[in-house]
Design a protein around this ligand. Structure first.
Ligand code: MN
Ligand code: MN
Length: 466
């Protein structure tokens, strides 16, 4: 083989575009960084399975770096490191930079910390045929059958009659009990399996098993239910009525694990979208920058970004206006100059299901964080569709820092689609584009990502903040 490239080979190198597999091109040192960064991320995943837990942990991490709480009306100055908590379910971590705010705007990274799960209803507890159950209502887009026959943990918050707040977390410690949603045995599942997958288990069948011991008193009915209530009362001081003002969720009880002999991948519950939230948070916490940067970790993305903790709530706009005001800047000018990465996951190309992807434009595993110029469905309906100028600007930032990244589209045209928070940020007159980690089996109880892509996402944020 000759070392010298032919004219055609040289031309090919110069003119054609090819994705890079990050693992293939990373130096030995960088590979170490990829694996080390994954460890921190996996610890975050295990400690924060709900938006409340992710919010609390983020605040804890921010405090450890000297960030202090910001409230509307507080004064601000260059160099300030602050966090703003919205109702315990979303948090904005920010640094005030040296650049002129009206000219430079904010650099925003917006991710969500809620994830698909099984929420407990407000009047949930009953017993039937030797078991006590909690009735549920699923949260976000799930394949319902995937949530049966796996160990589940219960996480959440109960507000008692007197207003006292209780945090619940059962099923994560190896000594804890776990919970369970029944499925039908294959021997009796013939009719079940013949139906559409949507109907294998329906919403009202997602009842969580929480007990089986009868209360030892012959004079009462619903003994198993009563026994569960007595355990809850003993442990937490909860009565049945307290479920009325509770937010409890069943989530997979297992933790994040390395996947593969070579440990290239991570399996975990809720990569979507903590795989972007964690890099956004750590980018702002651990790195100085001349820009005023905000990591917005928001709630309710999985159900349309609604409510007081979803990104459509005015609180985020108010916060940006308050920051501008405190720094003596005109908010309209500030947001016009601002830039945002809407950081949410995308679908990784899956060779087991090639039919739904368009290979040239699908995100490939380990080829870096993926930019979606547009999301939406059918004719880009409901999409932000970032302009070429902004995409070009971000592309230049990444090139200057040698970030391994790719572009992506979620599935074939007309096959499906999805949305993110991008369009809501863009509605504020802020240039926004989607950028996030490709995920295998998105929204399943256990999703898979590549460690290389997680680190690439972090590197992309650093480039964006530089
Ligand atoms: Mn998401
Ligand atoms: Mn999602």
């Amino acid at each position: 083989m000759s070392e010298k490239k032919s004219k055609g080979q040289e031309l090919q190198k110069k003119l054609t575009y090819k994705k890079r597999n990050y693992y293939e091109t990373a130096s030995k040192e960088e590979k170490k960084e990829i694996f080390a960064y994954a460890k921190g991320y996996m610890a975050f995943l295990d400690a924060a399975k709900t938006e409340r837990e992710a919010c609390a942990l983020s605040v804890e991490m921010a405090k450890a770096e000297g960030f202090t709480e910001y409230k509307f009306g507080d004064p601000l100055k260059v160099g300030d490191k602050k966090y703003f908590v919205n109702r315990g379910k979303s948090v904005v971590v920010f640094r005030v930079g040296t650049k002129d705010l009206e000219e430079d705007g904010f650099r925003i990274i917006a991710s969500h910390i809620d994830a698909p799960r099984i929420d407990i209803k407000q009047n949930p507890l009953y017993e039937d045929s030797g078991m006590a159950f909690l009735k549920t209502h699923y949260y976000g887009g799930i394949k319902k059958y995937q949530w049966t026959a796996i160990p589940l943990a219960l996480h959440g918050t109960v507000i008692l009659k007197d207003g006292k707040k209780l945090d619940i977390r059962v099923g994560e410690d190896a000594k804890d009990p776990v919970f369970y949603i029944n499925d039908l045995l294959p021997h009796l599942g013939h009719d079940q399996m013949a139906g559409s997958a949507n109907k294998i288990v329906d919403g009202e069948q997602l009842n969580v098993v929480v007990g089986g011991l009868p209360y030892p008193d012959e004079d009462v009915g619903d003994k198993i239910k009563l026994n569960v209530l007595s355990v809850l009362y003993e442990k937490y001081g909860i009565c049945e009525e307290d479920f009325l003002s509770a937010e409890l969720s069943a989530v997979p009880a297992y933790g994040a694990r390395d996947v593969g002999f070579d440990r290239a991948l991570i399996g975990a519950y809720g990569h979507d979208d903590r795989v972007c939230a964690y890099p956004a948070l750590t980018a702002v916490l651990y790195n100085e920058t001349p820009h005023t940067v905000l990591a917005m970790l928001v709630d309710k993305e999985e159900i349309g970004s609604e409510g007081t903790t979803g990104i459509q709530c005015k609180v985020y706009e108010d916060l940006m206006e308050e920051i501008s005001l405190a720094l003596g800047a005109n908010f309209r000018k500030v947001r016009m100059a601002s830039k945002c990465l809407s950081s949410d996951v995308t679908a990784a190309y899956d060779p087991n299901f090639p039919g739904v992807y368009e290979k040239m434009n699908a995100a490939m595993l380990s080829c870096g964080t993926a930019m979606c110029k547009f999301t939406g469905s059918r004719g880009k309906s409901g999409s932000n569709d970032a302009n070429a100028e902004f995409v070009g600007e971000v592309r230049k930032m990444f090139a200057e820092e040698d970030v391994v990244w790719q572009t992506a589209e979620l599935g074939k045209v007309d096959v499906g689609g999805g949305g993110t928070v991008a369009k809501f940020v863009a509605n504020l007159n802020i240039d926004t584009v989607d950028l996030g980690v490709p995920v295998i089996s998105m929204h399943a109880p256990w999703e898979v990502v590549s460690k290389a892509d997680v680190y690439s996402n972090y590197r992309a944020f650093l480039a964006f903040m530089k």
